[in-house]
Structures are given as structure tokens and as C-alpha cells.
Design a protein around this ligand. Structure first.
Ligand code: NDP
Ligand code: 8X3
Length: 253
């Protein structure tokens, strides 16, 4: 397997959920990690926990110029990023398409699609020049299976999946791996964000079932990243044991 001590990981959205767990998992195994996000006070707190192996930057993935500068201005020990977890993302609301606020749709597209490609585009030249890299997209089961109210969120995650597969084709022969991670229900701040701070609504999503944890997702990413360099996991769909599929809905008029 690949030695995690040789890895420098940049993870977007390290202020919460998967991103925070990814930072802890890789640093725990001896890697260096750059964590980004908008809530800088959370990054400062993580820095005080994780120490010298962690570098952070306040950053909004929707800003491409800032993303390019972020990579260009990394201090020397963190400059050779060879794993990028393009993780920052969000769902907003669960309303049907005729009722949803257009701003919510735009924010999801700006973050999960534009912000995602911004991160990948800014990361790739360095990895290609150094002849080694691994790009992780954070897709979702929502990009594979439709559900009511999933509309734009599911659309953005289907984009992440197809983009990752096509990027594999672009990167053939360059020793750059690309993996789309497609989780089901994981209890993080995801539902709190989706329901705009409504704690009861958010916690009821995970009520009386065993959801996955952010650590479970971090572990799958760590596994993919430390497999021998000749192995590429293209897509990895991972669900809680307590989540599965439903039959098609039928309207009988
Ligand atoms: P959280 O809400 O816990 O974390 C989301 C992270 O994204 C935060 O760190 C947040 O940082 C960051 N973020 C959001 N918008 C921006 C932005 N404009 N610029 C920079 N960072 C941003 O959710 P999760 O950890 O659960 O979600 C992580 C990813 O996994 C998302 O892409 C989500 O869609 C996906 N996912 C989640 C699942 C789940 O059930 N939890 C299942 C499948 C996929 P900040 O607000 O500080 O900027
Ligand atoms: C998050 C999982 O099922 O809430 O991507 O869309 S789900």
C-alpha cells in the first residue's frame, strides 16, 4: 500500500462533517493536511488540536481566483498536494421543483458544481507536473437515485460522478487517480444546513436508524488513497445497513 506519510491532502470543507474527519484520519496516519472552509474559527480550533501537520486557509470554493491563489500560496511543507478531497458542498431544502427558491438552486450549483470544478482545476496542474495525484469527488447516492425534493442537489451530484469518470479518461497515463465517493445517509451538519438550522427536522432524518458517521466516510477515502498506486477505485457507493431502496412511486388518478 501507499505510505500515508508521503501524502499531502487538501480537503475543502474541513470545518465540519466529512472534511473534519478526513483531516483527522490522514493526520492520525502521518499525512500532512490542508483544510479549508469559510468558518475560520473552526479551522483555528482544528489547528490547535491537530498541530504542525495541519495548515488551514479561509476559503470559499465558489471563488476561482482565490482557489488558484490558495494552491500557489501554500507554505513549503504543504506545497506538494498529492490528494485533493473536493468535499465542500451542501443541499438546501427538500421542496418540489415548482416551489423551491431559485436562490437555493443557484447556491447548490455554485458550490457543488462550480466550486467543485474550481478546486479540481486549480489542483490538477501541480499534480500532473509532479507526476502523482489522487482526486476525490464527493458525490452521493442522490446522484445515482432520484428522490422527491432531490432535484438540483441530485443533479449536482450526478455531475460530480460523470465529471470524475471523464477526468479518469483525461488523466490516463499521468499517474493521477480519480475516485467518486457516493455515500448515503451520514449524520453530519448536512441536514441542519439543508433545513436551514431547524434542529428537530434535521435530527429526525437519522431517528431510530443507524446512520453512517463522518469517520466511516473518512475511512473509505483513506482506504482508496492508500491502495497501491496501480489501483484506482472509480466509484464507491456506501450506504448505512439501515438504508436501502424503494419501489417506483405510481400515481393512480
Ligand atoms: P457538513 O454540512 O457537515 O459540511 C459541509 C462542509 O462544506 C463544511 O465544512 C462547509 O464549510 C463546506 N462548505 C459549504 N459551502 C462552502 C463554500 N462555499 N466554500 C467552502 N466550503 C464550503 O456536510 P457533510 O460533511 O455531510 O458534507 C460534505 C460533502 O459530502 C458535501 O459535498 C455533501 O453534499 C456530501 N454528502 C453528504 C452526505 C450526508 O449524508 N452527510 C451524503 C453524501 C454526500 P463552511 O460552511 O465553513 O464554509
Ligand atoms: C446526501 C444523502 O440521501 O440525503 O447526499 O441525498 S441524501
Amino acid at each position: 500500500p501507499l505510505d500515508p506519510k508521503t501524502l499531502t491532502v487538501l480537503v475543502t470543507g474541513a470545518t465540519s462533517g466529512f472534511g473534519e474527519a478526513i483531516a483527522r484520519r490522514f493526520i492520525g496516519a502521518g499525512a500532512k493536511v490542508v483544510g479549508t472552509g469559510r468558518r475560520v474559527e473552526r479551522l483555528e480550533k482544528l489547528k490547535s488540536e491537530l498541530g504542525d501537520a495541519f495548515h488551514f486557509a479561509e476559503h470559499d470554493v465558489r471563488d476561482y481566483e482565490a482557489t488558484v491563489k490558495l494552491f500557489e500560496s501554500l507554505p513549503e511543507p504543504f506545497a506538494g498536494v498529492n490528494v485533493v478531497a473536493a468535499n465542500a458542498g451542501l443541499a438546501l431544502g427538500l421542496l418540489p421543483g415548482d416551489q423551491v427558491a431559485i436562490d437555493d438552486w443557484h447556491t447548490m450549483i455554485d458550490t457543488n458544481v462550480t466550486g467543485f470544478v474550481n478546486t479540481v482545476r486549480a489542483a490538477l496542474p501541480g499534480m500532473v507536473a509532479r507526476g502523482q495525484g489522487h482526486v476525490f469527488g464527493l458525490g452521493s447516492v442522490a446522484g445515482d437515485y432520484p428522490y422527491p425534493g432531490g432535484n438540483t442537489y441530485g443533479g449536482t451530484k450526478a455531475f460530480v460522478k460523470q465529471f470524475c469518470l471523464a477526468l479518469r479518461a483525461d488523466m490516463l497515463g499521468k499517474n493521477i487517480r480519480v475516485t467518486n465517493i457516493e455515500p448515503g445517509m451520514v449524520e453530519t451538519e448536512f441536514s441542519l444546513v439543508r433545513f436551514k438550522g431547524a434542529e428537530d427536522k434535521a435530527s429526525s432524518v437519522y431517528e431510530n436508524m443507524r446512520g453512517m458517521t463522518a469517520d466511516d466516510v473518512a475511512e473509505t477515502i483513506f482506504w482508496c488513497a492508500t491502495l497501491p498506486a496501480h489501483v484506482n477505485i472509480n466509484r464507491l457507493q456506501v450506504m448505512p445497513t439501515d438504508q436501502a431502496f424503494s419501489p417506483f412511486a405510481v400515481h393512480r388518478g
